[in-house]
Write a protein that binds this ligand. Sequence first.
Ligand SMILES: Cc1ncc(COP(=O)(O)O)c(C=O)c1O
Length: 420
Amino acid sequence: MSQKNKATIAVRKGIDADKHHGAVVPPLHLSTTYSFADFDTKRQYDYGRSGNPNRDILAETLAELEGGAKGIITATGMAAVHLATQLLNSNDTLVIPHDCYGGSYRLFTSLEKRGLLKLVVLDLTKVENHQKILELKPKLIWIETPSNPILRLTDIKAITAIAKQCGALVGADNTFLSPALQNPIEFGVDIVVHSTTKYINGHSDVVGGAVIAANQTLGDELAWWANNIGITGAPFDSYLTLRGLRTLNVRLRQHQENAFVIAQYLESSPYVSQVYYPGLESHPQHELAKQQQRGFGGMVSFDIKGDVNDAAAFLTSLEEFSLAESLGGVESLICHPATMTHAGMDATARLEAGVGDTLIRISVGIEDVKDLVADLDRVFNKVKPGHGQSPVASKKVVPQEQQSEHTSSFKLTPAHTALW
Ligand SMILES: Cc1ncc(COP(=O)(O)O)c(C=O)c1O
């Protein structure tokens, strides 16, 4: 791995590398094709699907940030997940966690239905299931830690140790933490996948993905498949994503500082039955989080008291949180996984994964956290979830003078913002 620190790599990679004009920022190369230097003599690039300078800078930066040998930039995060499955033949077994992102779950189960792989779904937080993996002898074990949306952790070291024993590869979806806060390759993972749509770009204006391979051979095989099936990312998307990546570290610092405050606020609320945030001591895997992560991240989920009507009334009354899919942008987003991000899972699988009707997921932004807490507080006191009086969902704003009488006893202190 590079001797430089991550913030420096994210900011400096590709800077001042333009030999032609001395452009400090890497220029945007939109050309789909490149002239040959001579008959049968191509230059570094020949065709945009196979290679592009903007895509390459982004790929190299992400590979360095993850400690991998090669990065591949894809058009979407799902294209990155799909790319990893190209390593499997129809007789190969893929083990996935029961609570992975709904879109990944839908893809894996669809591929199995078409006979393209054999699929086994396991709760990977249970150590007894690790032994089952040894018997299954899978080709690939998929992990997503922390998982979307319940923020359960998988013990990365334990899984890679099992994988070594049975000759399996391990793929890790690192979207929720980004390379700023977790590097699965350090713990023996072979392939890291990102939806760069999220924290890596960080501004909710580019859909993209990345695969980072721990070793060159695997990276070359995946790059060959990416070109073959035509899922490589667009130059302008790569340009914008690299621009977003420049500020990854400072953004993540603020995301998680705000998330910690909100998680504590929710834990103290009489309208919340459970909070899921690895930074809370009450999180069952808080210690594991401290071992394998460098921070707790910006995602917080919770179960609101009451039923789906309470959830709907709450979600549609907020002003500082947009009711939207996705995560990792500078603005705060809130979603109802059962009807939004995880609607692609069948109801039984969804409930087994802990995604019920009262679950709410917040992608905490980098706004002033006092405004975020005040908004949550105002709406909880208006809706009073679980107290049988949820108004019909409406976007009606409570006037300022009425809001003041609803403030809860939760007070921000310097301790709330002191994270590692
Ligand atoms: C953990 C995780 N992995 C993969 C994806 C898929 O990424 P994309 O939407 O960029 O295709 C998502 C999308 O929400 C996600 O949350």
